[in-house]
Design a protein around this ligand. Structure first.
Ligand code: IMP
Ligand code: MG
Length: 184
């Protein structure tokens, strides 16, 4: 068994990912250098784990990290259209926090637009979003992230944290699966 054999095409190489992560980190370092508030990197489990791990190592400014988990696609590649919070942010007072939500990919836009509203309602000083990948052609709600790694076409991708049916998250690159893999 070698998971690399299930990949039809590498869409984003390890080198391109490393370069992209460094570029986003320098933008975050620049933008949050003098805010006067605590910066919280809020990773959305589980897809953002690899991206967030690499990103936070490239930052120079002080940050705290935390995680939330929301419902995702399950076994299918089609969005359910509803967002459920499975693991919440257990902090009493968010008013001193600049929150930067870290996502692996934006598709319909539902997850992040919901989460931003939720965190603002809970009183965060500011809420911005950062995604490694964006599929703008798939939007179902109007949503524009503040930091974007790469825009990609309407393809279902895996690797670098992204899964299909909980597999392939460990690949060091982002790739497209062979059509025969679906429904295995
Ligand atoms: P949205 O709420 O439709 O924007 O969906 C975002 C979530 O869907 C992401 O956090 C991923 O978990 C999942 N997702 C969307 N597209 C892909 C993909 O191509 N591969 C793997 N997961 C995806
Ligand atoms: Mg996700």
């Amino acid at each position: 068994m070698n998971i690399n054999y299930d990949i039809e095409k590498v869409l984003v190489t390890e080198e391109k990912l490393a370069e992209t992560v460094k570029r986003i980190a320098s933008e975050i370092d620049r933008d949050y250098a003098k805010t006067g508030h605590k910066l919280l990197l809020l990773g959305i489990l589980k897809g953002s784990v690899v991206f967030m791990g690499d990103l936070m190592k490239c930052l120079s400014i002080p940050v705290e990290i935390d995680f939330m988990k929301v419902s995702s696609y399950g076994r299918s590649t089609i969005s359910s259209g509803t967002v459920n919070i499975i693991l919440d942010l257990h902090r009493k007072d968010l008013s001193d926090l600049d929150i930067l939500v870290i996502e692996d990919i934006i598709d319909s836009g539902r997850t992040l637009s919901y989460l931003c509203e939720y965190l603002k309602l809970k009183g965060a000083h500011s809420v911005k979003t950062c995604t490694l990948l964006d599929k703008p052609s798939r939007r179902e709600v109007t949503f524009t992230p503040d930091y974007v790694g790469l825009e990609i076409p309407d393809e279902f991708v895996v690797g670098y944290g992204l899964d299909y049916a909980e597999q392939y998250r460990t690949l060091p690159y982002v790739g497209i699966l062979k059509p025969g893999v679906y429904g295995k």
